[in-house]
Design a protein. Structure first.
Length: 153
């Protein structure tokens, strides 16, 4: 016995006759294209409007202001001795190259380190002229955001 179905695939409508197969039968379903028809519109009866119900008085609720959110603490590097500037890691990563040494004279914008983060090489530049007082990292070190890397005097 065949069952008939109407299906739509990629905007094309098909009428399909399918036979329920038993253990002994091996017939396949038959499909044939059908001419497009206008979609049928079915109207749904609107439920009756609810009768006007007076609003219940709002319960009295005492609202207190929201508790202040704690500010996240960012680990800060120890202050460099006698007014030097500390260059901290701007993001987590791995130190690929250290291009400065203690005692070296540097100029503003000079490349001091190469930090690999997210498969990208980032140049860490000197923020000002000065002398490198200390280098806190070596090639291959992993750093986190805020870790001190170089101290400039």
């Amino acid at each position: 016995m065949y069952k008939r179905y109407r299906i739509v695939i990629n905007g094309r409508e098909y009428e399909v006759a399918a036979e329920e197969l038993g253990a002994a039968t091996s017939n396949y379903a038959q499909a044939s294209p059908v001419a497009p028809q206008a979609p049928s519109v079915q109207t749904i009866a609107q439920p009756p409007a609810p009768a006007h119900v007076p609003a219940a008085p709002a319960p009295s609720v005492q609202v207190s202001p929201p508790a202040p959110k704690p500010t996240p603490t960012v680990p800060t590097a120890p202050a460099p001795p006698s007014g030097g500037a500390t260059i901290s890691a701007p993001m987590p990563g791995k130190i690929l190259k250290v291009l400065v040494q203690p005692g070296m004279q540097i100029k503003k914008g000079q490349n001091m380190l190469i930090l690999e983060a997210m498969k990208m090489e980032n140049e860490i530049l000197a923020p000002s002229d000065g002398v490198v007082r200390d280098v806190k990292v070596k090639e291959g070190d992993n750093v986190n955001t805020g870790d001190p890397m170089v101290i400039i005097a």
